[in-house]
Structure formats: structure tokens, C-alpha cells
Design a protein around this ligand. Sequence first.
Ligand SMILES: [Zn+2]
Length: 288
Amino acid sequence: MKNTPFYQFTIGQLKITLISDGQVSFPAHPLYAVNATEQEVKQALSDYFLPTAHYTLQCNVLYIENGNDKILIDTGAGAYLGPGLGRLPQHMLEAGITLESITAIVLTHAHLDHIGGITDHTGKLLFPNAGIYLSHQEWDFWRKASPQISMPIEEGFRNNFRKAAAQNLRAFSDRIVTFSYGSEVLPGIGAVNAAGHSPGHSAFLLSSGSESLLHCGDVFHHPAFDLAHPHWATAFDQDQEQACATRLRLLDQASVDHTFLLAYHMPFPANGYVERKEKGYEWRQAMG
Ligand SMILES: [Zn+2]
């Protein structure tokens, strides 16, 4: 299966291109619902008319053109999660965007499926003219030689997260720019506290004129999992309780305010709205 490589729209004066990094399949249980039973997970997938043995997770990178600022929010998985992902460079070229033109990489957080594309598999920086922006909490956590990862995954997998941070962030510490929640990271891009999934996980409010888009990173991952069942935790939540509280707060506000959302792992092109249902939330893909 292959995605359309990119999708373009505008938020006021901001020219947006949503670029697919590709997709990866995981066994249905338990990675994305560690506190649910296998039967509950299979039921959730079949409620969405999806196969129940495996499910597909997508990665979607946002490119923003705002005058001289050429910004990527996150960079895909690079070589860290197999050949289905790591397609950002090729898809950027297909969209007419060169790697050299990027002036800023703004990170929701430093997990390998978001920072892995900063370098190629040899560790070569792919964006020679870009600063790397992340929250100071996130940088404080991942800048250490051996970050204390509490995610319930195998130690070898944890080490891949550490390796990704060393290769894609610590190797370029002279390019790192940190920001605080509530501040403007770059013109038109405000940082929003979304901590829990990782220690300094950030959402970003893009605004221009009367239009806005909230990029909510990994606050939720999949329509049938932590969106339909917001109390389900993923194995990649560093602090499951805080991640759940953040998810409930943000989803509640977004459904009441009809906030236009972009979520990194939603089905391409990953933009839409959430509607509150009896138990959880339903994804409403944006049309047109
Ligand atoms: Zn992710």
C-alpha cells in the first residue's frame, strides 16, 4: 500500500503541505492499548471495519511556508522503523521542496518516529540549513547519555529510542533551540503544553488571520484506539496517567470548540475534527 505523497492547503497566509512519511504495521495487541485486553482491541478494530490481527500506523509531516521561514514539524522515522517509513525526502522532492531549503525543524517530541528523519542511515544531516526546535523539557530529558525511559517496551527497543536521540539530536546540539510552553516558537506557531506522552511533548497552534490549526502530535494515535477509547494508554507513553489527562483535556476542548486539528498518526492527510461520542471520540476527516 502506498499513500499519495503530499496534500496542500492554507491556514490564512501559511502555505501548508502535509507530507506522508509512509506507514508501518504492528500486531494489534498490546503496543497501542497496553491497559486493554486483546479481545477489547479486536472489538475496537472491527467496530471500525478494520482487520483485527494487525493495524497500520501512518506518519505525517507538516511543512509550513511562511515568507522566508520553511518549516517542518517532525521528520518521520528515517531508517528506524523499516522500509514502509522514511519516505519524507523523496516525497518532499515530489512536492518541489528541497532539503536544503528547510530553515527550521520544530519537534513535537523526540521519539524515533518523529526525529529519525533528521539524518540518513549513516548519521548524515539531511537539512544542512535548519535549526532544531524542541521544548526545554524534552531536550533536558533526551540530552542525557542514557535517558530514563519508563515506556513498557523491551530494553533493545528502548535503546533504539536512545540511539535515535544521540544520532539525530545530541550530534547536532549546536543547532538546538529550546522553547517554553505558551511561547511563540516562530511567527504563527505557538507552543502548547501536551506533556505526558513524553516529558516535553508539545502541540502547536498555527494561526494566521482568522484561521488556525492545532497540530496535536501524539496526543492520540489511532481512531479505533486512544481516540475511541481515550483511557487506553500506548506503550510509548512515558507517563501514562499524565498522557491520558492531557488527551482528555485536549479532546474535550477541541470537540467543544470545533478546533481544526492535525494529528501526526491519523490516516493521511491527517487533518480533521473530533466529535464527542457516548464513551470516547470519533475522528471526522476534513473534506475538500
Ligand atoms: Zn509517534
